[in-house]
Design a protein. Structure first.
Length: 504
């Protein structure tokens, strides 16, 4: 009589796939590893220590976040409070302490319900971010000096945002099961450390990173709920539902997409409906402010208006941005349905968010956080990632030096307008460069670092290794596969019950 194997013996007999070692496939990672002893050897004992890749990524992210806090020290001591220019010359500006009083938290006003004095009559942030801001104000004791309370408020927010940073890094490291070390791209990103505490964007970034992890594990409902929550904190996360729709169309995964969409809409409504009905004017402020806002810092529209010396009205910018965004969405959909192999979800998520940033009316320095985890998943190659990061750091310094110039009066200390135009161009070109290499990876899958290592779409969940159900054109799905270095996945046949993976 043959006994059935137990769960314990089954787990022991099916080994986990080996982790991809970046020091063996990425020359920049190999060179950087010399600082800690050099590349991993083939006889290295991995997985035998408490120091797992995910734990190391989390600790590095926390350490980089702490360094970013140290970088804000000149402003914490005085720059936010004495002299407008100091916070720009030291490049340590943050919205957080200024909005503690400017948005009524110092006076105990309730966001969206209580009208604010001054030009901004209600809080101009989405509801979940407003809740985050309000909760951070609770530990701040009233009655003390305003400067002391603003310092405490920034510190409380920094602590909460540090948790978001750790979640972002851990979720990114775990999304690609065989590539946890790619999380170091996020943890060590210079722009992450510099911009993490400028605003509250890390809340939405962490929620979207968690959503990407859930989708990679096949948990469509959890993915949808987290996307809905992320959209309730910041507008951009819902954009990933667009390319996911086209991917599910190509793979015939309609049920999973429907579950994700219902989860996203439901979660967004749960957060927004109470405020929408009880304080409709305050709830609508974020949307009216976004629509009425003029052309602002860092945008392609500001660059064009200054380069050609023309005025671009908010309505013209809104219409132009919408046209460019729709055109880009159509192009991404066409790319998805005609590519020789179905693109990876992370690649398209990066592209759609990058396009939104490039066509927006404003580019605040912290918006780079939106792309950091998506870039690490879409193009996990240190050279390209660092080129893009260098461009973003240049823009980070450029905008603060420009503001130092405009606030220094006759002294003109800082970066003049022409120099700031160059900084905007560097930011735009850096983002376009990373978009270009991602598109190249889609058209030439053998250039994709993830697929060269033998994987299909580790962030794709139910899409990973699934056969195609709908493809436009007559492109040979194996045209590029024959030239790839690593193992491949057979797919593209409607008759195939499942894709045959030869990668593991």
């Amino acid at each position: 009589m043959t006994l059935m194997p137990s769960a314990e013996t089954t787990r022991a007999s099916v080994p986990e796939p080996d982790h991809v070692r970046p020091t063996r496939e990425d020359e920049v990672a190999a060179a950087g590893s010399e600082l800690i002893g050099g590349p991993v050897g083939r006889r290295a004992l991995l997985g035998t220590s408490w120091w797992t890749p995910v734990r190391i990524v989390a600790l590095v992210a926390i350490g980089m976040f702490a360094l970013g806090m140290v970088q804000k020290l000149p402003c914490y001591d005085s720059g936010w409070f004495f002299g407008a220019g100091a916070q720009y010359t030291h490049a340590c500006y943050s919205d957080i302490p200024h909005l503690y009083q400017g948005r009524g938290f110092a006076d105990g006003l309730v966001p969206y319900f209580d009208k604010l004095p001054g030009d901004m009559d209600y809080l101009e942030y989405p509801v979940l971010t407003g809740v985050f801001m309000e909760v951070a104000s609770w530990p701040v004791l009233g009655g003390g000096a305003l400067q002391d309370r603003e310092q405490v408020y920034w510190m409380v927010n920094a602590g909460m945002l540090m948790v978001c940073a750790a979640v972002m890094a851990v979720c990114t490291a775990r999304t690609h099961r065989r590539r946890p070390w790619d999380g170091l791209l996020v943890a060590l990103a210079p722009a992450f450390a510099l911009t993490a505490t400028i605003n509250w964007d890390l809340l939405a970034v962490a929620l979207l990173a968690a959503a990407m992890l859930m989708w990679s594990r096949g948990r469509a409902l959890a993915f949808g709920i987290l996307v809905g929550l992320a959209t309730a904190a910041k507008f951009y996360p819902f954009l990933v539902l667009g390319p996911l729709l086209v991917l599910c169309w190509r793979a015939g995964k309609w049920r999973e997409y429907g579950v994700a969409l219902l989860g996203a809409v439901g979660a967004w409504l749960v957060v927004n409906l109470p405020v929408m009905f009880l304080a409709p004017e305050g709830w609508a402020k974020f949307y009216s402010f976004s629509r009425e806002r003029g052309v602002d810092f860092g945008s392609v529209f500001l660059f064009i208006s200054r380069w050609f010396d023309i005025e671009i009205t908010p309505d013209a910018a809104n219409a132009s941005a919408m046209i460019m965004m729709v055109a880009a969405c159509v192009a991404i959909a066409g790319l998805t349905l005609t590519a020789p192999r179905r693109p990876r979800f992370a690649q398209l998520a990066f592209l759609i968010v990058a396009v939104f940033i490039l066509t927006n009316k404003v580019y605040s320095p912290q918006y780079v956080l939106w792309l950091v985890p998506l870039a690490a998943l879409a193009r996990p190659r240190w050279r390209d990632f660092l080129i893009w990061q260098a461009c973003e750091v240049a823009y980070f310094l450029g905008i603060w030096m420009y503001l130092a110039y405009t606030t220094s009066g006759e002294a003109h200390k800082g970066l003049p307008t022409d120099g700031y135009q160059v900084a905007i161009a560097v930011h735009l070109l850096g983002t376009l460069y990373l978009c270009a290499v991602v598109v190249r990876d889609i058209l030439l899958p053998e250039r994709d670092m993830v697929r060269r290592a033998g994987d299909d779409d580790p962030s794709g969940g139910v899409l990973d290794g699934a056969p195609d159900a709908f493809v436009l054109g007559s492109a040979d799905q194996r045209r590029h596969m024959a030239r790839a270095d690593g193992p491949q996945v057979d797919w593209g046949s409607r008759d195939a019950g499942a894709a045959k993976s030869r990668s593991l």
